[in-house]
Write a protein that binds this ligand. Structure first.
Ligand SMILES: NC(=O)c1ccc[n+]([C@@H]2O[C@H](COP(=O)([O-])OP(=O)(O)OC[C@H]3O[C@@H](n4cnc5c(N)ncnc54)[C@H](OP(=O)(O)O)[C@@H]3O)[C@@H](O)[C@H]2O)c1
Length: 245
């Protein structure tokens, strides 16, 4: 997938975990690659420092989409919305309210608002356009202790199905895909394993997966995610990475 085309790519949460692996395995020459995260620091990225659980950050991202697209006149634009959080893990009636609010704002609201901003920024342009959202098995399987996380991922899936139908009608629509990456060896997984089975019963399964060496490496999953750009998939497809590897 090497190319000398003018390419603009945003990855939310490219400072760590899967997002950093996506940045490290980007399959293009000389892309303008933007990391939307709090920490930044990933080589090869322009860091836009944003706390995406804070609604005040969303117009900052909106402006970044518009300004770079306008200035770069790109032939290919990609947004991978990867940032997410499990915090706070635990039953909905026991967790901290401000942390729970941040979880809902990041996992549910930011995904839709930033997705909307991206679609609006690329609307009417004749360049190739891709939006990929990171989902989770928790969107379909109810995991006690992960209510706002699972609800946010389920919302992402339905948003993608709906927007995919809308974009199909456009002459130069954006291809919108949701992908569950499977169980990955990242900080998010470590947080889950550090949680008691009382708070999150499914945490035991992830401790076993890690002990058996069954957590996937972020780089190999990142390469599979990049391969989605070239695959013949219906707009609005919701898939699990194991379906294509
Ligand atoms: N790991 C798994 O097994 C697994 C399984 C299913 C789905 N997923 C999904 O895959 C994606 C990546 O997960 P991961 O395992 O790589 O997670 P991770 O290691 O915890 O990394 C999360 C990334 O999201 C960013 N982020 C978190 N809160 C943010 C905020 N408030 N504002 C801006 N950025 C924020 C972090 O950046 P900063 O801290 O620098 O802001 C970091 O770069 C997530 O959407 C997750 O739900 C992961």
């Amino acid at each position: 997938m090497t190319s000398l085309r003018r390419i603009l790519v945003w990855i939310s949460g490219a400072s760590a975990g899967l997002g950093a692996a996506l940045a490290a395995t980007i399959p293009f020459d000389n892309p303008e690659l933007v990391d939307l995260s709090r920490r930044g620091g990933t080589p090869g990225t322009h860091h836009v420092a944003v706390d995406l659980a804070d609604p005040e950050s969303w117009p900052v991202v909106d402006k970044d989409f518009r300004q770079r697209i306008e200035a770069g006149d790109p032939e290919l634009v990609v947004f991978i919305h990867n940032a997410g959080t499990l915090t706070p893990l635990g039953p909905a009636d026991r967790v901290d309210t401000s942390q729970y609010t941040r979880n809902v704002l990041l996992n549910s609201a930011a995904a839709q608002i930033l997705g909307h901003s991206f679609l609006s920024a690329v609307s009417g342009r004749d360049c190739e356009q891709h939006l990929i959202m990171l989902s989770s098995g928790a969107a379909r399987q109810a995991h006690e202790g992960e209510s706002s996380y699972g609800a946010g991922k389920a919302a992402i899936d339905q948003w993608v199905r709906t927007v995919g139908l809308e974009q199909q009608r456009r002459e130069h629509g954006c291809r919108v895909i949701s992908v569950s990456p499977g169980s990955l060896d990242t900080g998010m997984q470590a947080e889950l394993r550090a949680t008691s089975a009382e708070q999150v019963p499914v945490s035991s399964r992830f401790r076993e997966l890690e002990a058996q060496g069954l957590l996937a490496k972020p780089e190999s999953v990142a390469r599979a995610i990049w391969s989605l750009l070239d695959r013949d998939l219906d707009n609005g497809t919701v898939l699990h990475i194991r379906d294509i590897t």
